[in-house]
Design a binder for this molecule. Structure first.
Ligand SMILES: Nc1ncnc2c1ncn2[C@@H]1O[C@H](COP(=O)(O)OP(=O)(O)OP(=O)(O)O)[C@@H](O)[C@H]1O
Ligand SMILES: [Mg+2]
Length: 265
């Protein structure tokens, strides 16, 4: 079976700072994988290199076995990779369904006004109807169809994160990279988001790589595998059970005492 994502010897320097150092991992089809590590350990930078937003200093990235190391973000997106950003960016004066109809950042162009006008016209083309149907079905998948006509400015932080995930699903990605989609989201909604993602992975066979900050939380959220980063490097990768039992991880996260350390954020 084809590897969905292969990162080999990835390195990213910012001036004298080595943000990512010799990071290698693979994601297979239908895998739900967590990427975890303390503040500033290089998680988002890894995403930025994979999605083409940053040029890596060294190493290669393959998406569906194609070397994307020198490709632009829009070219990588066309291969089936979609990502979200740590800070949610929604059109605040539009409704949820309108936000889902807007093409993603990489596809801006006439598409933006076309798809919004489609919402206002009584007679839509079949392609536009399809996109609207798709938007409603994404809201169904995320179990928030009732939010369709709410203004995004009226949503809670957690609900906005859900809409952002919904937007990322509009293009039927085969590989979804989510950067802290539940940061600052209340516990029950955060668990629901993970649960829905697990179901989407199982039902559609897409692969999801999700950055999460909280080790204790991700260990209980049904991911297949966890990649643990620390100071730019991979500390270990394994199943939640393997990560839970790893001494180095426990020490990096909990300190030698095994007692939880205070959150920095
Ligand atoms: N564009 C940039 N220019 C310079 N330094 C950067 C840039 N982006 C990230 N860094 C630095 O690289 C290191 C890794 O940052 P990164 O954002 O990847 O960490 P992170 O693991 O996502 O952290 P967090 O959990 O806080 O989101 C940090 O020291 C950060 O300050
Ligand atoms: Mg980050």
């Amino acid at each position: 079976m084809k590897t969905v994502l292969r990162v080999k010897g990835l390195r990213k320097e910012f001036g004298g700072l080595i943000a990512v150092e010799d990071v290698s991992f693979e994601i297979g089809p239908g895998e739900f994988v967590g990427l975890i590590g303390p503040n500033g350990c290089g998680k988002s930078t890894t995403f930025n290199c994979i999605s083409g937003l940053l040029d890596q200093t060294a190493g290669t990235v393959e998406v569906f076995e194609q070397d994307v190391s020198t490709k632009r973000p829009d070219e990588i997106q066309k291969l089936g990779l979609t990502r979200t950003f740590q800070h949610t960016r929604l059109w605040r004066r539009m409704t949820v369904i309108e936000n889902l109809m807007v093409p993603s950042r990489n596809q801006f162009g006439s598409g933006l006004t076309d798809s919004l006008q489609a919402l206002l016209r009584p007679h839509r083309s079949s392609a536009e109807e399809e996109r609207l149907d798709k938007a409603y079905s994404v809201l169904d998948q995320l179990e928030v169809p009732h939010m369709a006509h709410n203004l995004t400015s009226e949503l809670s932080g957690g609900q906005s994160k859900l809409v952002d995930i919904g937007r990322s699903m509009m293009g039927d990605p085969e590989l979804l990279l989510l950067d802290e989609p539940v940061a600052g989201v209340a516990g029950p909604l955060a668990m629901k988001i993970f649960n829905n993602l697990r179901n989407i992975v199982d039902e559609t066979g897409i692969s999801v790589l999700i950055i999460e900050h909280n080790m204790d939380f991700i260990l209980r959220q049904g991911v297949d595998r966890i990649i643990v980063m620390n100071e730019g490097k991979i500390l270990m990768q394994g199943t939640p059970d393997e990560v839970r039992g790893n001494r180095e991880v426990i020490e990096a996260y909990l300190g030698a005492t095994g007692e939880p350390q205070e959150e920095e954020t």
